[in-house]
Design a protein around this ligand. Structure first.
Ligand code: GLN
Length: 544
C-alpha cells in the first residue's frame, strides 16, 4: 500500500522545505521503506527551464530529460532515488494539458473550471505511477500557504486527504518560530496563524515541523499543540544545524519519523539505520584539512544557481576527508583583459561551471588559460568545457579566430550547433535526424571513454551515462589539430561524432566534460570526477 505525505510551508518562504522533505524521505528509507518524492510548483511557467537562475536557482535535469525544480536535486542527493519527469509539475503544465484537451474537444462541451478540472489534474499527478512497491510518496507543495496561486494545489491535496483517509495520507506543515531578542521570547503566533490559514481551507496538519534557532521550551510546544490542534509530540523542533547533511539525524532525534509512523499506525517499523548519515556528518565536522576551489561563474551572488555543483564539491571533499571551501568568483570582471587574476591566489583548483551567453565567457576563458599555464587543477563543465576548448584552439592550436557560435557567426566554429560545423568547404552533418538546431540536448546520454585515458581510470570503466543540458557541441572537425596541440578527446558519443570529454595531455588535472556530472553526485556516493578533482586540489594544496 502506498501512503502519501504532503508537506506544506507557512509563515515565510526559504525555510528549507525541499531539504526537510528530502531528509524525511531519507529517514523513512533508513527504516527500510521505499520512497519517492514529488514537487508541485504553483508558478505559471510550464517548467523552470526558461527561468533565470537569479529567479529560481539552478535548473535540475533528470535522466529522462526533464528540466525541473532544484528541490528534485535535494531529493536525489538525500535518497539516491533518480527523479523523473513525472516527479515535478507546475500550474503552467497543468493548464497547458487541460487547454490542449479542451481544444481537442475532449471535454464534450463542458465548462472547464479550477474545481474539478485543475484539481483533478493535480490529483492525477500526485497519484500517478510512483514506481514498484513504493511505500511512501512525499509531495512537497511549493510556495507558502495563503499564496493565491497555491490554492488549487491545497484544494487538491485536501480532497486527497478525504479520499485516501488518514491511514494513507498525512499532512506535515513547516513553519517558523522566530525569536524576538527585545522580548527574550520565541513567538508562536505566526505558526498559529499559518495553521489557521491551512485549516480555513480544510487542511488540518498532523505534524508541525518548526524551524527555530534555539530549543523550543516545553511550555511553547504545549501552546502550539493546543492552539494548532496537534499532539504535543507532533510539534517537532527543527533547529538550525551546522550542515544540511546533519538534518536527517537531527529530525530523527526530535522524533519526526516516529510521529509519521504513529500517524499511519505502523508499529512494526525497524529502527532507522543512520550509519551512513553519521559517517557523513563525522567527516564533515572532523575533516583532515581544507582545500579551496574557485567557482568562476556569472551568478556568484545567487548561491542556489550552482547548487548541485557546490554539493558535488562537498561530496568530492567527503571522498577525500577534506572540507571544500568554495570561493565564488565573478567571471564577468575578467572579461576586461586587464583585470588582474590575483583573486585566484590561494585557490587549489578552479571549476568553470555551465552557463549561457557571451557575458562572462571571455573571463572564463582567461581563467582556463591561467589554470592551464599554471598547472592548476581545472574542471570545465558544459560551457566550461566548451570555452576551455575555444581557448586551447586559439592559444595552442593556432586558430586565432576560434570561437563558439553562441557569441555569433565565426570563421572557426570550434563550438557550434551541428549544422554550423563547417570546416573549409567540408560540412559535417549527422546521418540520423536526431539533432535539431536550437533545441537542447537534455537528459542522460551514453559516452565511450578512451582506454588508458585519465577519465577511464577515474571512472573505472569506458562506458558511462551522464546528463546533458546544452544546445552547442564541440566541433569534432577540429579533433586532429586539437589532439596535435595537446588536447585529448577522451570521451565521445557512441557514434563517434560528439566530443563528450577532453583532457589536457601535459597537465596534472585539466578535464572538461560536455555533461553535468554534478547532477548525479550523492553524499554517500560522490561522483568519481568530483572525488578525483578534489584529490588533485589536495595535492595542489600540499595536503598530500
Ligand atoms: N551555453 C552552452 C550550450 O548551450 C552550454 C550550456 C550549459 O553550460 N549548460 O551549449
Amino acid at each position: 500500500m502506498t501512503r502519501y505525505i504532503f508537506i506544506t510551508g507557512g509563515v515565510v518562504s526559504s525555510l528549507g522545505k525541499g531539504i526537510a522533505s528530502a531528509a524525511m524521505g531519507a529517514l523513512l528509507q533508513a527504516r527500510g521503506y521505499k520512497v519517492r518524492l514529488r514537487k508541485l510548483d504553483p508558478y505559471l511557467n510550464v517548467d523552470p527551464g526558461t527561468m533565470s537562475p537569479r529567479q529560481h536557482g539552478e535548473v535540475y535535469v533528470t535522466d529522462d530529460g526533464a528540466e525541473t525544480d532544484l528541490d528534485l536535486g535535494h531529493y536525489e542527493r538525500f535518497t539516491g532515488v533518480s527523479a523523473r519527469q513525472s516527479d515535478n509539475i507546475t500550474t503552467g503544465r497543468i493548464y497547458q494539458s487541460i487547454i490542449e484537451k479542451e481544444r481537442r474537444g475532449d471535454f464534450l462541451g463542458a465548462t472547464i473550471q479550477v474545481i474539478p478540472h485543475v484539481t483533478d489534474a493535480i490529483k492525477d499527478f500526485v497519484l500517478s505511477d510512483p514506481g514498484e512497491n513504493v511505500d511512501f510518496v512525499l509531495c512537497e507543495i511549493g510556495g507558502t500557504v495563503g499564496d493565491i496561486e497555491g490554492l488549487p494545489f491545497f484544494e487538491a491535496i485536501r480532497q486527497l486527504g478525504q479520499e485516501l483517509g488518514p491511514e494513507r495520507a498525512c499532512f506535515i506543515h513547516l513553519t517558523l518560530l522566530p525569536y524576538i531578542p527585545a522580548a527574550g521570547e520565541m513567538k508562536t503566533k505566526p505558526t498559529q496563524h499559518s495553521v489557521k490559514e491551512l485549516r480555513s481551507i480544510g487542511i488540518q496538519p498532523q505534524i508541525l515541523l518548526c524551524r527555530c534557532d534555539r530549543p523550543i521550551p516545553e511550555t511553547e510546544k504545549g501552546k502550539i499543540a493546543s492552539f494548532c490542534n496537534v499532539r504535543p509530540s507532533s510539534v517537532i523542533e527543527a533547529r538550525d544545524v551546522g550542515h544540511i547533511y546533519d538534518v536527517p539525524a537531527a529530525y530523527h532525534a526530535e522524533g519526526l519519523d516516529t510521529e509519521v509512523l504513529w500517524h499511519f499506525r505502523i508499529d512494526d517499523a525497524p529502527l532507522p539505520d543512520l550509519t551512513r548519515w553519521n559517517e557523513i556528518a563525522d567527516t564533515i565536522h572532523n575533516p583532515d584539512g581544507e582545500v579551496c576551489i574557485g567557482l568562476v561563474g556569472k551568478y556568484t551572488d545567487v548561491p542556489d544557481a550552482y547548487k548541485s555543483v557546490s554539493e558535488a564539491l562537498v561530496h568530492g571533499g567527503l571522498a577525500n576527508k577534506v572540507r571544500v571551501k568554495v570561493r565564488m568568483i565573478d567571471s564577468e570582471q575578467f572579461d576586461d583583459e586587464h583585470h588582474p587574476l590575483d583573486i585566484l591566489d590561494g585557490v587549489h583548483g578552479v571549476l568553470l561551471p555551465g552557463g549561457f551567453g557571451e557575458r562572462g565567457a571571455h573571463g572564463k576563458m582567461r581563467v582556463a588559460r591561467f589554470a592551464r599555464e599554471r598547472a592548476l587543477p581545472c574542471f570545465g563543465i558544459c560551457y566550461g568545457m566548451q570555452l576551455s576548448v575555444v581557448e586551447a584552439a586559439r592559444t595552442l592550436a593556432g586558430f586565432k579566430a576560434a570561437s563558439t557560435t553562441e557569441f555569433g557567426p565565426t570563421d572557426e566554429p570550434v563550438v557550434g550547433l551541428i549544422e554550423e560545423w563547417t570546416k573549409g568547404n567540408e560540412r559535417i552533418t549527422r546521418d540520423e535526424n536526431t539533432d535539431k538546431g536550437g533545441t537542447m540536448r537534455l537528459g542522460a546520454y551514453p559516452a565511450i571513454l578512451e582506454e588508458g585515458s585519465k577519465v577511464a581510470e577515474i571512472y573505472g570503466t569506458t562506458e558511462i551515462s551522464e546528463r546533458h543540458r546544452h544546445r552547442y557541441e564541440v566541433n569534432s572537425g577540429y579533433i586532429e589539430e586539437m589532439e596535435a596541440a595537446g588536447v585529448s578527446f577522451a570521451g565521445m558519443s557512441p557514434d563517434g561524432l560528439l566530443p563528450e570529454i577532453i583532457e589536457l595531455k601535459d597537465h596534472p588535472w585539466f578535464i572538461g566534460v560536455q555533461f553535468h556530472p554534478e547532477l548525479k553526485s550523492r553524499p554517500f556516493e560522490p561522483h568519481p570526477l568530483f572525488a578525483s578533482f578534489i584529490k588533485a586540489a589536495k595535492v595542489q594544496s600540499r595536503l598530500v
